[in-house]
Write a protein that binds this ligand. Sequence first.
Ligand code: XMP
Length: 528
Amino acid sequence: TILVLDFGSQYSHLITRRLREINVYCEMLPCTQKLAELPWSPKGIILSGGPYSVYWDDAPHADPAVFELGVPILGICYGLQEIAWNFGKNVLAGEKREYGHAYLKVERHGDGEAGGHVDKLFKGLEDDMEVWMSHGDKLSHLPDDFVTIATTSNAPFAGMGHKSKPLYGIQFHPEVTHTPKGKVLLKNFALDICQAKADWTMGKFVEQEIERIRALVGDKGQVIGAVSGGVDSTVAAKLMQEAIGDRFHAVLVDNGVLRMNEAKQVKETLTKGLGINLTVIDASDRFLDKLAGVKDDPEKKRKIIGNTFIEVFQETAKQIAKDAHNTPKAGEIEWLLQGTLYPDVIESISFKGPSATIKTHHNVGGLLEGMHLKLIEPLRELFKDEVRELGTNLGIPEDLVWRHPFPGPGIAIRILGEVTRSQVRIAREADAIFIEEIRAAGLYRNISQAFAALLPVKAVGVMGDKRVHDQVIALRAVETSDFMTADWYPFDGAFLKKVSRRIVNEVEGVCRVVYDITSKPPGTIEME
Ligand code: XMP
């Protein structure tokens, strides 16, 4: 295991991700971790970047035992300065911040005094490398017994290595994709210098995470969490079920604006398929009654749905807590599960924070008023593709693992204008046909998100011998890698013709179908 000590850089988690990509197991802990309290011994230690200056009075510093352990250490950015600080305090404020691409020149030492091991970090890499810099401070000179192993035009000590010990520091960030060969460097450090094993798999992550959850929650602890049928909440829920069985309580709130048959299908999959202890609350009427009359303000729809969700979830949670408390042996519910992924984690973990996977979150702190729930977020170090891999590993069906994202306010923001029961029916039926045809054509995985929206206008058509005056469905399908920008999907004409014919024939109240050919930007993915 490699220990990553986090000094709070926005990139810290990427270090762990890159190590996982080369199948090396690592654990990231706050930089203040005392080695004596660590129940395992690391094969190597990486000191991350961080937003501080090592010479500040309140700057975080690693446990001095880190430097006495004798295992290889790689300091990245702040980590390099931390090593230099430890070996002579020769770090200065840089004249200007350096941020962006830089060209690195590798210096090799061959068989000389420092030869052999200092060259290992850049082994197999070219002498000129493109790297990503993001720092303010730099070294004024090298600490004793260190040699330069890389330079850039702005940083004469962009890389340093100790002459006899396996200590390395680099000013640039090898963990970001803007350093194209950064992974080779991390691989050199982990596999060659630390001699770590490349035997980590998602299966091992599951085992470790289950152990971690059990230790945290204890023998009696109870956890509650909302599920939506999407991949993140399902994977998080399945992990909890594996860890603590029925002491995990999943809640699905049917808000009346889910997709066709969704509540039923999610219930089937989660309870029968995955064995999750699930309570389904049908609150459709409550949501739809509140939405009545809201026409021109999409944000108002979002607010109503969000607030009603919190109310319903709170009531359900209190009831479940009451029931759980009455059961012999069961403790009170004290944990709230959230399927937060790494990209959702905006602020990086504070070095003062309790641990890498668990933290109290002010936004949801208020979610369950009066219940004082602690937050448990087992996916918060993972990226979407890793969550999918984890889901597959946990036996979650492929269909669910690859499901398109679905917004919290559901089809309420796909029904432009007022959301009524009859509008919900039309939007749902059209959407189900569109998605069914996308799946049948084998296109579901090529498309990032697709749905049918119902426009609040009427158009004229002829059906049979009659003139009709009915509504218009707009189909939307996009390709995107990050949902920040998106392109509309180029279906062929025959496909669109088929979908249009089916929707007009099968969905009562629709006489026209249009296809939305707006990219994002300027459009958004949703229509409201
Ligand atoms: P836009 O429409 O902003 O959508 O291009 C980007 C992604 O976010 C989803 N989305 C939402 N998800 N609540 C959610 O949970 C919302 O209010 C919401 N609005 C948009 C959208 O489906 C797409 O995946």
